[in-house]
Ligand binder design. Sequence first.
Ligand code: FA5
Length: 340
Amino acid sequence: MLDAQLEELRRSTLAAFSAAYSLDELEEARIEALGRKGTLAQISKQVGKLSPEERIRIGKLLNSVKEDLETEYEAKKVRFEEANLSDRLSREWIDVTLPANGIRPGKLHPITQLQEEIEELFSSLGFAILYGPEVETEEHNFDALNIPPTHPARDMQDTFWLSDGHLLRTHTSPVQVRGMRQLGAPLRMIAPGRVFRNEEVDASHEHTFYQLEGMMVDRDVSVANLIYFMKTLLSSIFKRDVTVRLRPGYFPFVEPGFELDIRCLICDGAGCAVCKQSGWVELLPCGLVHPNVLRMSGIDPDEWGGFAFGLGLTRLAMMRYGIDDIRQLQAGDLRFLCQF
Ligand code: FA5
């Protein structure tokens, strides 16, 4: 009778294993047949009551049923685990033969590149590099540069005023004042930086742009020194002949004052939106430092003289790289910026 029970257990359990659709179902069938309180354990309890010969015979059968069921259980379990793994692999599939995305290294903005180049040039000529604040006092931006409150020159640079009486600097010239007050004479300095003007934006005018101020204070400084440094600067930047013109210019902080214009390199002087059809671009106003400016910064104008210039760095970048609209430089378009 136990033979029949064991054969039935083998048949029904193998059927249950084969019908199992998941590891859980397989495990359930195993426990029912082979678990501590399962059918096989119940049958084993009765073996002790049999005669010695029967015990041996049924014991062998019991072991063979147990072995068969365990073998089949293990085999099916492995199949489930493999299926599970291949399912995971298919979900997490990647093609390792595809080319990698690659690393796009950062680049310096063309204005920064140009600024660093000019900083290097002037450093090699013994000039200090100074950086002033973008939020300035009225005194540094105007008064100490010989531009008193009622002076019409204030209207030349439309100013962004802050509610506390400070302003966004309209030029880098206030750094001249800071340099003279801090370092005294003799002095050789440049001051690159961002400046702000409440201006109508067009192809050659931005409300936020870059200038690079330069100043030399020493004994016997003349216009010849000024022209030498301007020429050195331009030939180092353009590395070719560029046509320039020097004309009188008015700035209250220099006397005499000049405007150094460059023949427009976008249209080669033929006339375009950048040069406003004139063929020339204002680039480098300059002059000899006004005695009042030296005096207001604690330098005796009877002993010392100086020259100063205020390079339009953003315009210079346009000329250097042939950029025909100033707005492109601050639009943040990587396709444009990565060309430089
Ligand atoms: C000044 O700002 C004087 N501080 C320069 C100076 C310094 C003169 C020392 C004498 C001695 P100006 O306003 O012209 O000057 O500006 C200087 C340069 O900045 C111009 O030649 C031009 O190249 C550039 N620039 C002026 N306005 C703009 C603008 N809106 N957008 C872009 N570049 C500008």
